[in-house]
Design a protein around this ligand. Structure first.
Ligand SMILES: [Zn+2]
Length: 76
């Protein structure tokens, strides 16, 4: 488990790691979960991105699609 305030978390990182992103006050914004290959497999967002119509559920998950390894994509 690691914690950062950086909003640019990589899509590949140390295997089996969770990075928690927090704001300057330490409030949890998101979690990024990496699998045993060091690829992001899931984001858990603890905000609605300022868009409650699109993101009614908080927290919500985005599952990453690695079918094109050069362009991994998060689900909406
Ligand atoms: Zn989200």
């Amino acid at each position: 488990m690691e914690t950062t305030t950086n909003n640019k978390i990589p899509t590949t990182y140390k295997p089996n790691t969770v990075i928690k992103r927090v704001d300057a006050n330490g409030n949890l914004i998101s979690e990024r979960i990496f699998n045993d290959k060091g690829r992001v497999i899931k984001d858990i967002h603890h905000t609605n991105h300022g868009n409650p119509k699109m993101h009614q559920k908080v927290p919500h998950e985005h599952i990453w699609d690695w079918s094109d390894p050069k362009r991994p994509k998060p689900s909406k």
